[in-house]
Structures are given as C-alpha cells and as structure tokens.
Unconditional design. Sequence first.
Length: 93
Amino acid sequence: MSDIVSAAPSTPETKAKKTRVGLVVSNKMNKTIVVEVERRIAHPLFKKIVRKTSKFYAHDEEQKAAIGDTVLIEESRPLSKLKRWNLVEVQKH
C-alpha cells in the first residue's frame, strides 16, 4: 500500500521562439530599433512573386545596431506598446 509514486510535475515543452532577419531602418529611439523584414510570396490569383514588408520594433539593449545593418531578431514578451522583439545579433554592418 505504500507503493504510491509521486508524480513529478510535467514540464511543458518549451515552444521555439520565432526569429526574423531584416534590415534596420531606424535607430533614433533609445534602446529601440525598427527592423524591416521582407517576404516574397506568390500572388494568389496571378502567381507573380510580390514583395511584402513588415516593420518590427526590437529592443537593442547595447545600442549596437546601426541603420542599414542586417540583424537577427527573436520574439519576446511585450516590452512596450509596440515592442515585442529582441535583437539577437548584428549579422552584417
């Protein structure tokens, strides 16, 4: 009767965070950069490849990214009204 096995709390699998590679278009804010990410998709009807861009606000703690740099960003918890991404590395100056 004393064979009760204590079940260890099941650890939820950690979900992989999304990453994006883009171009820094602004670094004028304090510890914040604006990264433009370009996607190439086929038009649903005409099948022509079109470019779509999105802008992401990313946290740059050390302020090492400059305008024109190619950077890798990773999603994070909300840091402000618009900021939901962190700078991981500057890939190209």
